[in-house]
Structures are given as C-alpha cells and as structure tokens.
Design a protein. Structure first.
Length: 338
C-alpha cells in the first residue's frame, strides 16, 4: 500500500525524541513493504503555523501521491487535517488516538466538534487502550484497541550494576526507583516523592523536567536528572530496581511497557491503561491519589525479582512488530473498502 502518514509528533533535528513512537510504527510498516509519505510536524511549539503547514502538506500529498489510505496520529489537529485531505478523492482514513487528544475532546466543545468530524469520517479509529476508547464522548464508526508497542530488542534486561556505574549511581542507596516523564501534575510526581519519603529507604531518580521540579528538588534521597535522550532513559531503567509511573490517569504508559520489556518491575496507576497489561508478578497497581497506597506499592514492587521474567513476558504481548502487523490489517481493510 501507499500510506500517507499525518502526525503532529515526529522526530526532527531540534527534537529527536519528539514522536519516536509514531516514527517506529512507520518504520515497521515500511519494513513490511509499504510506501510511506509523510505530512508531519517535527518540532515542539510549532503552534498554529505548524498546524496550517500540516494541513497544507496533507492536502498536497493526498492529491499528488494518491495514497491508498491515510493514517493519522492524534485526533486533532492531525486527524482533522487528514480528514479534510481525504475528502477530494474520498481516500480511506484511519485515525489513532493517543491520550491528550481524547482529553481535549472531552474538555472543549470546539475541539469536540472538530474531533467528531474527523472520527466520523474515518473508516476505523484505533485507541491505544480500552480505557481511552471508553473516554471518547461519541462513538466511532469502527474501533480497535492497538497500542504503539515496545521494541523488545532495544528494551531488554541489562547489567544493573554496570548501568549504575555508567550513570553515576554506583553510590545510590538501594532500592533504586526510577521515574521517567514530565514533572507535571498528571504524572503525579509530588505524591510519588511523598510516598518515597514515607518508605524511608532507597533512592528516587527523576528523569525529566517540568513545572513541579521545585516541589521535589532537594529532598533527601531524591536525584533529579532532567531531560535526557531516549537511549539514556533506557539506561536509567536498566539501573533501576523499580520503574514508577503512578499518574493521576494514564491512557497507556509507554514507559511501563519499556521497563517491563527490560525485565524491571513497575509501580503503575490503576487509572487508565496500565491495568490492561501490568500483572501482579510484574508490578504493583496503586491508587494515584493515595500517598500511602503508593508507598505500599513501592514496597511490593521492590520485593519482586530483578530481572523479572514475568514483566518481560507481559511486555512481549505488546511487541512492536506484532502491533504493526495488527495496524497493517486495519489499514488494508480500510483501503479495501474504498
């Protein structure tokens, strides 16, 4: 198939970590013999100018490249741009919802109207979790639950002590808990730090940055790393005894899948997608609003074995090759329904 991929997230020279999960899917489809044309935004903060360029590129490529199907990531603005681009030649359309796009549709009437147009134009809408599908305030024509998958070769068990030595964590008190993500309210980093303080042992490494940095900086046993390239994030997960993501809500939790593929137990929120793949042998699900529940989850997860074969096995059900194959089937069905 010739596939036009439309996405507001794509790795670029200034932001090589931006939308790598979408790029990985495109690479997987190309590896299966498909041709990918791209209308993408490849830097953070592109704003309305980026949205306008995305629409222009999507329309131009839909007309000149004549794709068999358009595959858009995020319902708005990419999904709306793709829906408009699909109209002149009635090109089949498949959308994928990732999380914030659905939250925006719930919160804003204007966003909801644009999102509804795109979703109702689409042959199929893919959601990265059943939880996310249930949040959409209107029903798509067809839907599938397929996440972006995890690269089992890139994320695999490694030498914990060697990783700690490389990252300057050789002197870190065990157990080492690693959080990777933005330091924002939704990621629940302050309650995580509070729960870690109650635990009273170990080291909490926060990989990422954001407006809540000041609320957690300088606490005993807490180390802030800031933003690092994705390959370094993987090294921090290898250095961990437990990887933590107790978000207030989490549509999927890609970091958790990556940690589990690397044979590390996890502490995960029980609100959202994580209950769909985090097993008791692989980690602890916690109430994200209860500091004591998070503390107990840290304790339970730290008692699990490392390396954790059960975590690896659960993550393998979401291998990126398997998910690409499932998405390919959805795209073929849409293209064939033209």
């Amino acid at each position: 198939m010739r596939i036009l991929l439309v996405s507001q997230f794509w790795p670029g020279p200034a932001d090589p970590d931006y939308g790598v999960f979408v790029a990985r899917l495109a690479e997987g489809l190309e590896a299966r013999g498909h041709t990918i044309d791209r209308a993408v935004v490849d830097r953070r903060g592109a704003g309305r100018a980026g949205d306008a360029r995305l629409l222009r590129d999507a329309v131009r490529l839909a007309l000149t490249r004549r794709p068999d199907v358009i595959f858009a990531h995020f319902l708005l603005p990419a999904g709306l741009a793709a829906a408009l681009a699909s109209l002149p030649r009635r090109t089949p359309l498949v959308l994928m919802a990732h999380g914030q796009d659905v939250r925006n549709a719930v919160a804003s009437r204007a966003v909801r109207a644009g999102t509804a147009f795109a979703v109702r134009r689409a042959h199929t809408t893919i959601f990265n979790s059943a939880y996310l599908r249930a949040q959409l305030p209107f029903a798509p024509r067809r839907s599938e639950v397929i996440d972006c998958g995890v690269d089992l070769e890139r994320f695999r068990g490694g030498d914990r002590d060697a990783a700690r030595a490389k990252l300057g964590l050789a002197d870190a008190a065990s157990p080492v808990f690693v959080f990777a993500g933005s330091l924002i309210e939704r990621k629940n980093v302050v309650r995580l730090a509070d729960a870690f303080a109650r635990l009273g042992r170990g080291t909490l490494v926060l990989v990422g940055d954001g407006p809540l940095r000041g609320a957690v900086e300088g606490r005993p046993g807490v180390r802030l790393v800031g933003r690092v390239p994705q390959e370094v994030v993987a090294e921090y997960m290898t250095a961990a005894d437990v990887v933590c993501l107790p978000s207030v809500d989490e549509p999927l939790g890609q970091v958790l899948l990556e940690a589990m593929a690397g044979e590390r137990p996890v502490v995960a929120t029980n609100v959202g997608g994580p209950p769909e793949f985090v097993t008791p042998e692989a980690g602890a699900l916690v109430d994200p609003l209860d500091v004591e529940a998070i503390r107990a989850g840290l304790e339970r997860a730290a008692a699990l074995p490392v390396p954790n074969a059960a975590a690896r096995a659960a993550a393998a059900e979401h291998a990126v090759d398997r998910q690409v194959e499932r998405m390919e089937a959805v795209l073929r069905a849409a293209a064939g329904a033209r």
